[in-house]
Design a protein around this ligand. Structure first.
Ligand code: AMP
Length: 251
């Protein structure tokens, strides 16, 4: 079995996001970037499928600036075999549909049995790419996976749905997207970080693939969330009830 894992380089989840003063977007100057956490889970799952179920090859793919090579190297250190970077300019914001079209071309060239993506990228929170890719390929999809079991010719996916879990069986090839509880990604060891430096990493451009990545959406403005007001200390339960009733309008 061959597995393709698309990974996105995003602002690290620990960073407090700053909006640019003119509201045109997020300030990315001197900000720590990392692999999207759901994609780390996807890489971990693919590597586990290689270790446990004998998957043959794990290929990681990123669409992003030259610096996304670092993110791909992290995935190689976790245990992926090969990487592909589809390099865009530092400032290009590639929307999910363009990402899905580029991934479709990669999938057609690589012919994997399984594509495992994150359920969403924590920068745009779109939660669209996996679904769009499955649709463009006309492949079955198992989104929000909290358990993935492969058998010959199929994959069983346990999905996190409102109020419970749903288990579905998909015919391979298929698209799966990861939820948080699927696994806990490992920390790459130093020897594996060193080994990852020698693993193959191909660089292509969107033009080589013939996909137009120009945006279809226009960001009108980006704003900070409203600042939270300071809390108030109350002296008694009666005062609390009075404030909830008369000021907060809770009851
Ligand atoms: P989104 O639809 O933007 O929330 O992203 C969902 C998933 O699609 C991510 O978790 C990644 O697996 C994949 N993805 C999105 N953007 C990219 C990108 N630029 N490069 C590689 N994979 C991506």
């Amino acid at each position: 079995m061959k597995i393709v894992v698309p990974i996105k380089r995003v602002v690290d989840y620990n960073v407090k996001i700053r909006v640019k003063p003119d509201g045109s977007g997020i300030d990315l100057a001197n900000v720590k970037m990392s692999m999207n956490p759901f994609d780390e889970i996807a890489v971990e799952e693919a590597v586990r499928l290689k270790e446990k179920s004998g998957a043959k090859e794990v290929v990681v793919v990123s669409i992003g600036p030259a610096k996304a090579q670092e993110t791909l190297r992290t995935a190689l250190a976790i245990g992926a075999d090969r990487a592909i970077l589809i390099e865009t300019s530092e400032t290009a914001a590639v929307e999910p549909l363009a990402v899905a079209k580029l991934l479709k071309a990669v999938v057609e060239a690589e012919k994997p049995d399984l594509v495992i993506l994150g359920k969403q990228a924590i920068d745009d929170d779109c939660n669209q790419t996996g679904q769009m890719l499955a649709s463009l390929l006309d492949w079955p999809q198992g989104t929000f996976a909290s358990k993935v079991v492969t058998e010959s010719g199929s994959v069983t996916v346990t999905r996190e749905v409102d109020g419970g879990l749903e288990t579905i069986k998909l015919k391979l090839p298929a698209v799966v997207t990861t939820d948080l509880r699927l696994n806990e990604p490992r920390y790459p060891s130093l020897p594996n970080i060193m080994k990852a430096k020698k693993k193959p990493l191909d660089v292509k451009k969107p033009e080589d693939i013939g996909v137009d990545i120009s945006p279809r959406l226009k960001v009108l403005k980006t704003t900070e969330p409203p600042t939270r007001k300071a809390g108030v200390k109350v002296g008694s339960v009666a005062e609390l009830v009075q404030k909830l009733k008369n000021e907060a309008g809770v009851f």
